[in-house]
Design a binder for this molecule. Structure first.
Ligand SMILES: [Zn+2]
Length: 373
């Protein structure tokens, strides 16, 4: 018995997008879904209660960071990640692969795994597929990601091919090492860079290993957006219809809509929380850089169409003042708003699928939104 189960409710007659429910040990979530990122077992500036208030159904946390600090064994001793951080809804953990590979000269890759130096204190560590499973089993997330290599962009064909083939071998080792299949679901990750035949090869190899869900990795790594959409267009049809599809590291409003139209069910990204801390809001009218002088005497909400705590109670002029004075409340208010904006966008996307009008919705959204973020 698998830890999670995907139920396809319907596909949009206009766009082919999927509406579904993902049943997990910590409750069911509606898809397509955006997952706020809580890198260090916290979504920066937000309490779990506040996350629930704005409609977060599942959050993501980060294996590499938790392994480094406070350590997965400590989290296990605390009763697992849900209990440790006081979040009783589903959690997805990434494998740490992305962070480890991002360390550049600080890491060395072999067939066995990756040796690297800590970004915190320079100490030496080794993560293998088996170790990535041990860590995530200790964290107790509902969905665990396989240990993979996300090839950089651009990367030459030979490099991407070798990397994706190793990722497949590592996936089998992850599956063999996974100790808690009844309560935790392992997702495989399709790689292959921007090469169509390599994406096909990876999709074939990865989906041949029977798992409860699959992800598309190696996108949103610096390639032009049209190229990402093209890769999605030929990759999602190669994925099983009865399993969830997760596009990793993608979370700008336009990419969410374009991804759903191409058959994706799950997304995550640090973008809304990161730009919030720099004083930038995503709104139904487009991007608002609150710091700008234009908002000094703007006594209207960040987004007149938003129903969040920030927009119901505060003005741009006040938030701009907080940003300029380096007040913590600025980050809290804008983070609340940005996450609510994306969660509400996905609610609207799900409603549009229900009504078979997602392409119309895209048109309406971009007419108002009018830019890429
Ligand atoms: Zn708002």
């Amino acid at each position: 018995m698998s830890a999670i189960r995907y139920e396809l409710i319907k596909t949009c007659k206009q766009s082919g997008a999927r509406l579904g429910i993902l049943h997990t040990p910590h409750g069911s979530i509606e898809t397509p879904i955006f997952m706020p990122v809580g890198t260090q077992a916290t979504v920066k500036a937000m309490t779990p209660e506040e996350l629930k208030e704005i409609g977060s159904q599942i959050i993501l946390s980060n294996t590499y960071h938790l392994y480094m600090r406070p350590g997965h064994e400590l989290v296990k001793e605390a009763g697992g990640l849900h209990k440790f951080m006081n979040w009783d809804k589903p959690i997805l953990t990434d494998s740490g692969g992305f962070q480890v590979f991002s360390l550049g000269p600080l890491r060395k890759i072999t067939e066995e795994g990756v040796t690297f130096k800590s970004h915190l204190d320079g100490s030496k560590h080794f993560i293998s597929p088996e170790k990535a499973m041990e860590i995530q089993n200790a964290l107790g997330s509902d969905i665990m990601m396989a240990f993979d290599e996300c090839a950089p962009y651009p990367a030459d064909r030979e490099y991407v091919k070798n990397s994706l083939e190793r990722t497949t071998r590592w996936l089998q080792r992850c599956k063999d090492a996974h100790k808690n299949t009844e309560n935790q679901a392992l997702f495989g990750i399709i790689q292959g860079g921007m090469y169509k035949d390599l994406r096909e090869q990876s999709a074939k190899e990865v989906t041949a290993i029977d798992l409860p869900g699959y992800a598309i990795g190696g996108l949103s790594v610096g390639e032009p957006k049209p190229l990402m959409y093209e890769v999605l267009e030929y990759t999602t049809p190669l994925m099983p219809v009865d399993k969830p599809r997760y596009l990793m590291g993608v979370g700008s409003p336009d990419d969410l809509i374009e991804g759903v139209i191409r058959g994706v069910d799950m997304f995550d990204c640090v973008l809304p929380t990161r730009i919030a801390r720099n004083g930038t809001a995503m709104t139904s009218q487009g991007k608002v850089v609150v710091r700008n002088a234009a908002y000094a005497k703007d006594f209207t909400p960040l987004d007149p169409e938003c129903d969040c705590y920030c927009c119901k109670n505060y003005t741009k002029a006040y938030i701009r003042h907080l940003v300029k004075a380096n007040e913590i409340l600025a980050a809290r208010l804008i983070t609340t708003h940005n996450l609510r904006f994306l969660l509400k966008l996905m609610e609207q996307v799900r409603q549009a699928i229900r009504e078979d009008r997602l392409l119309d919705f895209r048109e309406e959204f971009f007419t108002k939104y009018g830019y890429e973020l």
